[in-house]
Design a protein around this ligand. Structure first.
Ligand code: B4P
Length: 192
């Protein structure tokens, strides 16, 4: 099973994916977490992407595709993988299709979280106070939202054109309330 949790910055992708990982025993693969880990280690990749992430821009497709290609086989073992933060561009979506096709797999479901932009900004500014992430400042959040609208939203069309069911889930309310909706949406998919 290969799933994608999709949504704008601050929509709760990482929050919900961590819960789904426990519930479905599916492996949570977060490209944001991987990249932050590389930055923290000061690896070559981390040095290359640190400034890009801090500015709120997307890292180049070829770099992130290589990261996912290296981790996907391990993540797919067991019940499967839940991708969080990837794909974020059409080129990444096409690269993922090719990777999965080579293994006889495909994307099974997409859950898209919908949250009004004002609430997204409030959540990220709150996270800045709690976690101090360098990309959670007002200016950088605005840039991340621009990148999302310019490059990432189109990923949904990519899957829609392939006939893959996209479950739109209201991402407002508490994490528990959102999780109940995500869970209900996925039960619908597995019983189809
Ligand atoms: P990500 O780590 O994916 O950052 P994000 O979009 O903010 O999502 P995240 O999962 O962290 O936040 P969530 O919505 O769960 O990416 C960071 C950067 O890495 C990108 O800007 C880019 O530079 C780079 N990158 C990553 N993947 C890439 C790719 N494929 N291609 C190119 N570049 C890539 O949660 C946000 C906050 O809201 C949290 O504090 C959470 O506690 C809170 N929250 C969640 N649900 C809530 C709820 N229901 N109510 C209240 N608060 C809630």
């Amino acid at each position: 099973m290969i799933g994608i949790i999709f949504g704008p910055p601050g929509s709760g992708k990482g929050t919900q994916a961590a819960r789904l990982e426990k519930e479905m025993r599916i492996h949570h693969l977060s490209t944001g977490d991987i990249l932050r880990g590389e930055v923290a280690k000061g690896s070559g990749l981390g040095q290359e992407v640190g400034r890009i992430m801090a500015a709120g821009d997307l890292v180049p497709d070829d770099l992130i595709v290589d990261v996912v290609r290296a981790r996907l086989p391990e993540a797919e073992e067991g019940a499967g993988a839940l991708l969080d933060g990837f794909p974020r561009t059409e080129a990444q979506a096409r690269a993922l299709d090719a990777m999965l096709h080579d293994e006889g797999h495909k994307v099974d479901f997409v859950v898209a979280l919908n949250v009004p932009e004002k609430l997204l900004v409030d959540r990220l500014l709150h996270r800045a106070q709690v976690e101090g992430r360098t990309d959670d400042t007002r200016d950088v959040i605005a840039e991340r939202m621009r990148e999302y609208h310019k490059l990432t939203e189109a990923v949904l069309d990519h899957y829609r054109k392939q006939g893959i069911k996209i479950s739109h889930v209201e991402g407002t309310g508490s994490p528990d309330e959102v999780f109940d909706r995500v869970h209900a949406a996925l039960s619908g998919i597995s019983s189809r």
